[in-house]
Design a binder for this molecule. Structure first.
Ligand code: SF4
Ligand code: SF4
Length: 181
């Protein structure tokens, strides 16, 4: 098979340089053909959606923004072991470990906790490996509909504990629900 006859799309056409007839030079047939293609597309099923007004149904394995969990007493679960950071293929997680003081027992479940915990959302690929690696049930990828809002500054995409840790009210509500069940 010669290189000239190969056509990956199967729609290859030989271009001729023969002189056009009068009717061909008016391009009427070509214009009508083009219009017909446009009109045909008006009636075909649209594959795009008007996001954000319209949101597609999410997959059952959808993973949204991370959440650092608290236990039923409202204490942070994370013990800053670093396994999530180690397992992250995008190297998106960084943290600083600190030792819990006796008066902080009501804040952190373990003796060691993450005083700083950051995820670079520009790097994260939402693979969920951090969740898989965590031995303390501390990090989850939620079903949050807002993944990461658009922002102008790169620094804004570094999500710290203020954005990641589960709100205390939510932890209390979860505890109440668990007690009720
Ligand atoms: S979801 Fe994946 S890429 Fe994102 S922080 Fe977790 S391990 Fe890293
Ligand atoms: S989130 Fe889990 S894996 Fe990551 S540092 Fe905290 S306890 Fe360790």
């Amino acid at each position: 098979m010669s290189i000239e006859t190969i056509s990956l799309s199967g729609r290859k056409k030989e271009v001729s340089d023969k002189k056009m007839t009068f009717w061909e030079s008016l391009y009427l047939v070509a214009i009508v053909k083009g219009l017909f293609i446009t009109i045909r597309h008006l009636f075909t099923r649209k594959v795009t959606v008007k996001y954000p007004e319209q949101v597609r149904e999410r997959s059952t394995v959808y993973r949204g923004q991370h959440l650092l969990k608290r236990d039923e007493q409202g204490r942070e679960n994370c013990t800053a072991c670093g396994l999530c950071a180690l397992s992250c293929p995008a190297e998106a997680i960084t943290m600083t470990a600190a030792e819990r003081k006796p008066e902080e027992k009501h804040l952190y479940r373990e003796e060691k906790y993450a005083s700083v915990y950051e995820i670079n959302m520009l790097r994260c690929i939402f693979c969920g490996l951090c969740e898989e690696a965590c031995p303390k049930d501390a990090i989850y990828l939620t079903e949050s509909k807002v993944l990461v809002p658009s922002m102008y500054e790169r620094e804004s995409f570094i999500f710290g504990k203020d954005k990641l840790v589960m709100p205390l009210t939510q932890a209390m509500q979860n505890a109440q629900l668990n007690n009720a069940n």
